[in-house]
Design a protein around this ligand. Structure first.
Ligand code: GDP
Length: 526
């Protein structure tokens, strides 16, 4: 095997999908702990607040108690390199989450055992299903009274339409929680509550029939044996191929806050989860083992370092290797750039990266020239497909309090919208700047950042736009006619693409009927 093949084979790139409060942050912390990336749990949140202290626009996050940013953490585990892509928890930033899910090879679903399948999880699961993303499941908070484990799995199967195969099985829950039985290893891992950050190693009992279990668990040992017999007869067995096809999810039980049950998950994760996969692109799919570098941008984010007010474009490496100082081509513009100072995301700190392989994420400094969805290569005209841009559902007009700051406002809004959380539409007629967003909170974030980063005091007012559609037409003459007749409802977005901004849904429908040759798209694929 070549060095590149080896590096591809050892990489695992994934994201966590969950409903807010299910325990995503806690799970992240503990996983990093196993990777030796941080010494003490609590550091993820601690690190966030340290950043808050130095970055004033994130003050808003702190005030709201939500995370509007997401980041990438890389850590080694056994002989593997794990990349964990964090996603914002707040639903107003769900577009960001969807795009992040296009950059992973698998996902971990975290479910609160007391609450079962919740609404956000259902939505995220739909996104995973579109790409048949393999999913492992962690049932969290077993230290609390929760729902019956059998019932939880039934719910996942019926609501999320994926078969469940328990890999570990809980012994009691709440006050009676004693640990988990590992069905594949035939081992019992005993639970001891441990809130401290240390990676936990409770007692392990080999074999379900071991008399030591009766000594330790009394009646619960018998209950466990009965339950295991039942699930072995009636439940699904773990089947790696079905997992990789996205049809079956291996299920683990535990308590993230007590750092219990996650090691078993991580061990299976690095073993079974898929390494970087070939990716769809035009004009041909790209395999990770190809020697030439390629990748795409799935996210743009303000630099967390206030001394560097540029933005970072997050690029997923899809093939070949990135080496410090190499020249890569931005396919959309045909421009070559020398990338000397890309950043990587080792969980301890962001470091200058020397080399990055498929599955890894690198951060490129972006001065407004890189857009979400951009493909980079060593020269080949490739275009990765499938990174969606969703039509916003809320629209406001940006109104400047100080008319002299118009230039700064335009610059600020354009740059912030390039990050992808909100979208800028400039009507073909007039000088309005219309911002569209999927969630209302995004307007607050844009206003806040305009003030802090661009010194622009701006308000957002209602505007008569109900929905937007990106417009395409094969016939250039017909498109020209469409433009002339509908100029008052047409705008260009940040990328210069034409969009129809409809004053109402009815208007949109009528226009669609009137112009059958014109395509109205709800997503613009980058
Ligand atoms: P997120 O919103 O999904 O990132 O969830 P967090 O990790 O912030 O957790 C939400 C809440 O659940 C916090 O108060 C955690 O302390 C708590 N929590 C997380 N894991 C567990 C667990 O295993 N047991 C219990 N009892 N609480 C937990």
């Amino acid at each position: 095997m070549s060095e590149l093949q080896q590096e591809v084979a050892r990489r695992r790139t994934f994201a966590i999908i969950s409903h807010p409060d299910a325990g995503k942050t806690t799970v992240t912390e503990k996983l990093l702990l196993f990777g030796g990336a941080i010494q003490l749990a609590g550091t993820v949140k601690g690190r966030k607040s340290a950043r808050h202290a130095t970055s004033d626009w994130m003050e808003l996050e702190k005030q709201r108690g939500i995370s509007v940013t997401s980041s990438v953490m890389q850590f080694p585990f056994q002989d593997r390199i794990v990349n964990l892509l964090d996603t914002p928890g707040h639903e107003d930033f769900s577009e960001d989450t969807y795009r992040t899910l296009t950059a992973v090879d698998s996902a971990l679903m975290v479910i609160d055992a007391a609450k079962g399948v919740e609404e956000r999880t259902i939505k995220l699961m739909d996104v995973c299903r579109m790409r048949a993303t393999p999913i492992m499941t962690f049932m969290n908070k077993l230290d609390r009274e929760g729902r019956d484990p059998m019932e939880l799995m039934d719910e996942v199967e019926s609501v999320l339409r994926i078969r469940c195969a328990p890999v570990t099985w809980p012994i009691g829950m709440g006050k009676r929680f004693r640990g988990v039985f590992h069905l594949l290893d035939d081992r019992v891992h005993l639970y001891s509550a441990q809130h401290s950050g240390r990676a936990q190693s409770g007692e392990i009992v080999e074999g379900l029939d071991n008399p030591r279990l009766d000594e330790l668990l009394g009646d619960q040992a018998r209950e466990l044996r009965q339950e295991v017999e039942l699930i072995r007869e009636a439940g699904n067995e773990f089947d790696e191929a079905a997992y990789l096809r996205g049809e079956l999810t291996p299920v683990f039980f535990g308590s993230a806050i007590n750092n219990f049950g996650l090691r078993e998950l991580l061990e299976r994760f690095v073993r079974h989860a898929p390494p970087p996969q070939p990716r769809e692109a035009e004009p041909r799919p790209v395999a990770p083992e190809e020697p030439e570098f390629s990748g795409f941008v799935f996210k743009i984010q303000a630099n967390m370092d206030p001394n560097h007010r540029d933005r970072i474009a997050f690029l997923r490496v899809c093939s070949g290797a990135y080496r410090k100082g190499m020249r890569i081509r931005q396919v959309r513009t045909g421009k070559d750039m020398k990338i000397a100072n890309a950043i990587t995301f080792l969980a301890s700190d962001r470091d200058q990266v020397e080399t990055a392989y498929p599955g890894d994420i690198i951060g490129l400094h972006n001065h407004g020239t890189i857009q979400i969805g951009d493909t980079f290569s060593e020269g080949e005209a490739l275009k990765f497909t499938g990174v969606p841009n969703f039509a916003p559902e809320l629209f406001r007009r940006a109104v400047l309090r100080d008319p002299m700051r118009m230039k700064a406002l335009q610059k600020g809004i354009t740059e912030l919208c390039e990050e992808g959380a909100s979208q800028l539409f400039r009507p073909l007629q007039g000088n309005d700047l219309i911002v569209g967003a999927v969630g209302a909170l995004q307007f607050d974030v844009v206003a806040f950042r305009l003030k802090n980063e661009y010194g622009v005091d701006c308000a957002f007012e209602p505007v008569n736009v109900a929905t937007a559609r990106w417009v395409r037409c094969e016939d250039p003459r017909r498109l020209e006619q469409f433009r002339e007749r509908n100029a008052q409802s047409l705008a260009t977005d940040v990328a210069g693409e034409l969009a129809y901004i409809a004053p109402s849904r009815v208007n949109l429908q009528l226009t669609e009927e009137r112009w059958p040759e014109v395509e109205f798209r709800a997503t613009r694929e980058h």
